[in-house]
Structures are given as structure tokens and as C-alpha cells.
Design a protein around this ligand. Structure first.
Ligand code: ATP
Ligand code: MG
Length: 327
């Protein structure tokens, strides 16, 4: 796949704040690329640079092969941007709103009514054509805003937090709409700080924190590369009159002697008391680990690998941030 977005050492400072730190990002044509990171990570900054609303301090970015520094007009023709706020418009109807922006893209007046009708139909707002935009619900405003980004038929849509504030149903509708746009050949970059919000709708994800790209690639590869180990939770029954802590210590010692065991935590005060074993082996090796515990005389009542979902991976890679770290 060819890349529709490519950044090389993209850097942006605001005064002494380093908002983007040498970002190397690549988005394949036709992808739905989820750009995920906590507040202040640099998502909006990146998107504003890719849409020529902001210049990089250093480095370069190319959209559809055009430089965001030297070929701004060409970049703008290739990209539609939906910002994270809707703006305020005095008594303007939905179709007038689209007509206003169509005019700013120099779309000839005679082409506009048909185009506007088509776009309103695409985002399922035909019935709101004559409604005041400020009276639309949040979800409807989002969809109208999405219609606006498509007026000039750009190859790339950049959507800044489109799912925030939407109810579950509106979120499903958004997901369906994005799929439809993808089938129309669009590439979509979409940001969020909530990973699960994007997990099912994206083909690729990039995780950014404090201006640094922590991981980027197709969803499966990211899962694999960020999930080198699983955590097994092990419950044991105490042997005879032995305190449970002693049994746990025996089990921990047996586990530590096994291959692929990275770390063993004894949690006698846990609920229930348990061992947590960080493990980087496959299922066969996990079976051997369980076998070793049993062969060592430990009565194992529960042995289960925690399934890491994307949310958990995100917490792990952004450890140290406001999301899960100590600082
Ligand atoms: N206009 C500005 N002036 C000064 N600093 C800014 C400006 N815009 C952004 N920043 C800083 O740059 C960093 C990245 O901000 P950015 O808005 O790109 O983050 P974000 O990932 O979009 O966050 P959020 O999830 O809150 O929208 C932050 O530290 C922010 O405070
Ligand atoms: Mg933002």
C-alpha cells in the first residue's frame, strides 16, 4: 500500500513546549487510521499541520505526495478536516451551511444544490435540510460537519475526536458511516483518547504520547508487538496446615524456575490471594508452567491468562502518563 500521509521528523514547539517530537508517521492509502493518545499528546497539533492550519517547527509532512510546507494549496485540495468543535453559526440552515462552505471551495453555484443533497443523504440528514444548524443535536452537528469536510471530495479525511460526546447509537452510526466512506475509497484519520472507541472501526492505529509516537501499524501487528507477554493469574489451595502465604511462596519459586517466566508477584493479601506471573511463552509453554506447579505438589484451583484488550495495551505503552503511571 502506498502512504497517503508521510511525516519525517515532524516537530512542533509552542514556545518552550515541545508538542511534537520528531514524529515519523505513515498512513497507508485506504486505511482507517486511529490516532490515539491522552490529552495533550499532540493529536490536534499533528492534524492541524497535516491540514496546513499550522506550520511545523522542523521536519516535513506530505499529504498525497504534497509538502505541507511548500505545496499548501495542493494539500488542502487533498484533505478534508473536521475539527473537534463545531463553531457557532447565527441562524443558518443545514443546506445554507454547506452552501457557504461550498462557495469557499469555489464550487460553482449550479453544482451545489445536487452536491449538498447528495452529502446530506450520505450523512442521513436529508430530513434536516431546512433546520437551523444550532438546533441540531450533537450527533447531527458531527454528521453535518463530516458532510462539510467532503464538499471538495478529498482523498483524505482528518477527523479530530468525532466520537466524543456521542451516545452509543450515534457512535455505531458513525462507525457505519466511516466504513461507507472507506468503501468509497477515502482514507480516514481519526483521533480519540479512548482506545476502545476506535478499536473496532480502525484498520491501523498509532499511539502518541507527549509528542512521541509509541507505536504505529496495522491493528494486529500492534497488538502483537505491544503484547509480548501475558499475565497469568494463579490461585492455589494451602497444603495441610500450612499458611497460604507459604504455599504461594512455594508456587512462586517453582514458577520462577520455569522458562518464559519474566516476573512473579506473590499476593497473599489479594482478593483472592494469588500469584501473578508475567509470561512471554506460547500456550504450550503455559501448559508446561501449569504442569510444573502441579508436579511440584501445588494444588492449583485457577490458572488463567488475562486477555489484554487494546485499552490495556494502551495503558501499558503510555505508562508514566496521567493514564496509569506514578507521575
Ligand atoms: N496554541 C497553543 N499554544 C501553546 N501550547 C499549545 C497550543 N496548542 C497546543 N499546545 C500544547 O501542545 C501540546 C499538544 O497539544 P494538542 O492539542 O496537540 O494535544 P491533543 O493530543 O490534541 O490533546 P486533547 O486530547 O486534549 O485534544 C500540549 O502540551 C498543549 O498544551
Ligand atoms: Mg486535541
Amino acid at each position: 500500500m502506498t502512504a497517503i500521509v508521510e511525516t519525517t521528523n515532524l516537530t512542533r514547539r509552542y514556545g518552550s513546549t515541545l508538542a511534537l517530537n520528531s514524529l515519523n508517521l505513515s498512513i497507508p492509502q485506504g486505511a482507517i487510521y486511529g490516532f490515539i493518545g491522552p490529552n495533550g499528546a499532540g493529536k490536534t497539533t499533528t492534524m492541524r499541520i497535516l491540514t496546513t492550519l499550522l506550520l511545523p517547527s522542523e521536519g516535513e509532512a506530505y499529504v498525497a505526495g504534497h509538502s505541507v510546507v511548500r505545496e499548501r494549496a495542493a494539500v488542502r485540495r487533498s484533505v478534508g478536516f473536521m475539527p473537534d468543535f463545531f463553531g457557532v453559526y447565527d441562524s443558518m440552515k443545514a443546506h445554507e451551511y454547506l452552501d457557504f462552505f461550498a462557495a469557499s471551495y469555489a464550487i460553482p453555484p449550479e453544482r451545489r444544490p445536487r452536491l449538498i443533497d447528495d452529502l446530506l443523504a450520505l450523512v442521513d440528514l436529508s430530513h434536516k435540510k431546512d433546520s437551523d444548524v444550532m438546533g441540531l443535536s450533537r450527533g447531527m452537528k458531527q454528521r453535518l460537519s463530516l458532510a462539510r469536510t467532503m464538499l471538495h471530495d478529498p482523498a483524505l479525511l482528518i477527523l479530530d475526536e468525532p466520537a466524543s460526546g456521542l451516545d452509543p447509537r450515534a457512535r455505531v452510526e458513525l462507525r457505519e458511516l466511516l466504513k461507507e466512506l472507506r468503501s468509497m475509497g477515502k482514507t480516514i484519520m481519526i483521533s480519540s483518547h479512548i482506545l476502545t472507541e476506535l478499536a473496532e472501526m480502525c484498520t491501523h492505529i498509532g499511539i502518541i504520547e507527549r509528542g512521541t509516537l509509541l507505536a504505529s501499524g496495522d491493528v494486529t501487528t500492534i497488538m502483537r508487538s505491544l503484547q509480548p507477554h501475558r499475565i497469568f493469574e494463579v490461585h492455589v489451595l494451602s497444603a495441610d496446615e500450612e499458611p497460604l502465604a507459604t504455599t504461594l511462596a512455594t508456587a512462586a519459586a517453582l514458577a520462577r524456575a520455569q522458562p518464559h517466566v519474566l516476573e512473579v508477584r506473590e499476593l497473599p493479601e489479594g482478593d483472592p490471594p494469588q500469584l501473578q506471573i508475567d509470561f512471554d511463552g506460547d500456550d504450550r509453554a503455559a501448559g508446561a508452567l501449569l504442569g510444573a506447579l502441579v508436579a511440584g505438589g501445588v494444588v492449583v484451583s485457577h490458572f488463567a491468562g488475562q486477555v489484554s484488550d487494546l485499552e490495556e495495551i494502551f495503558l501499558r505503552v503510555t505508562e508514566g502518563s496521567a493514564y496509569g503511571g506514578t507521575n
